[in-house]
Write a protein that binds this ligand. Structure first.
Ligand SMILES: [Zn+2]
Length: 292
């Protein structure tokens, strides 16, 4: 066995091993971050080197392609003034300053109000805004997601459905654990079109019966959702942009004030900021609280 130079794909290192074998074909396999390329002993010299290079190139290309389809690992950027529409519900995000040591979120009438702890650096403010917003959204939308999964299960499978969890996970859209009977769904799917979200739910529901991707598994999936492949194609193409939001550029203060009359649309953010800064503490009753 020979250890070759490793390759890096999207920042991840893959070791490469070259082995000789009595097989009929040259093969490349990936296991545990190691790419093993096996060359039959009847191929030697320059030809063996060529076969090795060609298999290595193909493996790298397919890994790169797979990486493109993965959800983006960096956290989403929620910001003050943002209005999210999720499963037919509205979540408006509002951040306000506070003198507290902890940041807290409260949800009431469709608005997530985040009182940011005092003295936070910009990055920390962003992180607190994100973490508290996403937790609040998950808590409030989970019953809807669970109901949707139940509905799909009842229409197609009638399996014993356990718990559904929405999770921030970077590498998978969904997963199923037979041991716990829990289906994990990627939080970012909340921002996908409903038919795409459904396709991931159907996939994971089918895993309750088959914990593999066998022919029988796919037959089950396609039987329930004949256009499954088209829906997943959308996810492969657009998935890594789901839930990635661009905060609009701020309008400079003096321009903002003088442009009130002509640029009403752009003014909205500024007005929201002023309202936030002056907001009295009247929203203290009711609503769920989240702290960080
Ligand atoms: Zn699967």
């Amino acid at each position: 066995m020979a250890i070759e130079e490793p390759v890096f794909i999207s920042g991840k290192e893959y070791r490469i091993e070259r082995i000789r074998g009595f097989s009929a074909y040259a093969t490349a396999k990936l296991h545990d971050g190691t790419i093993t390329i096996k060359i039959p002993i009847y191929i030697s010299g320059e030809r063996a080197a060529k076969v090795f290079q060609s298999l290595k190139r193909r493996m790298v290309r397919s890994l790169e392609r797979a990486k493109e389809y993965e959800p983006k690992p960096e956290y989403l950027n929620f910001y003050d003034g943002q209005v999210l529409q999720i499963m037919g519900r509205v979540f408006a995000i509002k951040t306000v300053e506070s003198a507290n040591q902890n940041s807290q979120a409260r949800f009431k009438d469709g608005t997530i109000t985040i009182r940011l702890a005092s003295g936070l650096a910009v990055k920390e403010r962003e992180r607190h805004t994100y973490v508290l917003s996403s937790r609040t959204i998950v808590k409030n939308i989970l019953p809807d997601v669970t109901a949707r999964a139940n509905q799909l299960n009842e229409s197609h499978f009638h399996f014993g459905l356990g718990r559904i969890r929405l999770k921030e996970q970077s590498s998978r859209w969904g997963s199923y654990s037979k041991r716990t009977n829990i289906i994990n769904l990627n939080f970012r799917l909340l921002f996908a079109p409903p038919e795409v979200f459904d396709s991931v739910i159907i996939h994971e529901l089918a895993h309750i019966k088959h914990q593999n991707h066998s022919k029988r598994f796919w037959k089950l999936v396609l039987g329930a959702m004949p256009d499954y492949k088209e829906r997943r194609k959308w996810l492969r193409k657009n998935g890594n942009l789901l839930g990635v939001f661009q905060k609009p550029d701020p309008v400079p203060q003096n321009e903002a004030l003088s442009a009130t009359a002509i640029q009403e649309g752009e003014q909205m953010l500024q007005v929201a900021d002023i309202v936030n800064a002056q907001e009295p503490k009247q929203q203290n009753q009711g609503g769920a609280r989240q702290g960080i």
